[in-house]
Design a protein around this ligand. Structure first.
Ligand SMILES: Nc1ncnc2c1ncn2[C@@H]1O[C@H](COP(=O)(O)OP(=O)(O)OP(=O)(O)O)[C@@H](O)[C@H]1O
Length: 264
């Protein structure tokens, strides 16, 4: 399998007012084209820091990150990011929020009609065709998140980087969007790297789950391969022995072997 993203010996040290803070060390990871990889670990272990390195929003203090054999040195349209809080522009309609991203990527070579077509197709993919004229404050949290995902998908990124994309949603909306993401990714065959705190979400969606140790100097502790067949059905999986085993493997890692350190 050809590596699509390669992370070699990545380390991240932040300069803070209290001195240097060693967030990540010795990160080695290879992600194949079309793979869905989750990053899971306790709060503050460095999941977002690692995602930001892949996004090119920050540079590692040591090591190298490559996307298709090219070093990642800055953000690029081939690596779209979806954040927990949708980050839509409040003064633009849902349509225009997506259109803006589409225009940035394809505006130089495509007509306005083509750009509009891309925008509408992406909004349809996430089930938001009915609300294209609404502004973000006129739709629910789950709908805003869908528009954020549509904006990222419409830019046809080679990799979708998601930082707890469903973290701010209620459990039912979250389940619905997870199922939708499963369908979308099956259709688009996107490569996805997703940060999550949610063990069930990680097992349901991923091909591999990257479990991170606690910081400071967090690193990859273990990687679980999720060999459950797709398409996956959350209700059927609840009784699947493979699913239960994987869930336990991640829970053991997080709570038995790498329990969160508590202040005394
Ligand atoms: N710009 C920064 N400057 C200084 N320290 C930082 C910076 N960004 C992150 N950190 C520190 O690095 C560590 C990892 O942070 P990060 O946000 O990556 O963790 P996380 O696993 O994503 O946490 P959470 O699950 O709570 O979102 C934390 O201790 C955080 O305080």
């Amino acid at each position: 399998m050809q590596d699509f993203i390669r992370i070699e010996g990545a380390e991240m040290v932040f300069d803070t007012r209290k001195g240097r803070f060693h967030a990540l060390q010795g990160i080695e990871l290879r992600i194949a084209h079309g793979e869905f990889v989750s990053l899971i670990g306790h709060s503050g272990c460095g999941k977002s820091t690692l995602l930001n390195l892949i996004a090119g929003l920050t540079r590692p203090t040591q090591g190298v990150l490559l996307c298709e054999n090219r070093e990642i040195t800055a953000p690029g349209p081939e690596r779209a990011v979806v954040f927990q809080n949708h980050s839509l522009l409040p003064w633009l309609s849902c349509h225009d929020n997506v259109y803006l991203g589409v225009e940035r990527v394809f505006g130089a070579r495509e007509s306005k009609a083509q750009l509009r077509q891309r925008t509408l197709a992406a909004l349809e993919l996430v089930g938001m065709s009915h609300a294209i004229a609404k502004r973000p404050n006129e739709v629910s949290g789950g709908m805003k998140q869908r528009v954020g995902i549509a904006r990222a998908l419409a830019m046809e990124p080679k990799v979708l980087l998601m930082d707890e994309p469903f973290g701010a949603l209620d459990a039912l909306t979250r389940a619905k969007l997870q199922d939708e993401l499963l369908r979308i990714v099956a259709r688009t065959r996107s490569t996805v790297v997703m940060v999550t705190h949610d063990v069930d979400e990680a097992v349901l969606l991923s091909d591999r789950i990257v479990m991170m140790t606690n910081g400071p100097a967090a690193t990859i502790g273990e990687i679980a391969t999720v060999d459950l067949p797709r398409p996956r059905d959350r209700v059927a999986l609840a009784e699947d022995l493979g699913y239960i085993r994987l869930r336990k493997q991640v829970l053991d890692f997080l709570y038995t072997r790498h329990g969160e350190k508590r202040a005394a």
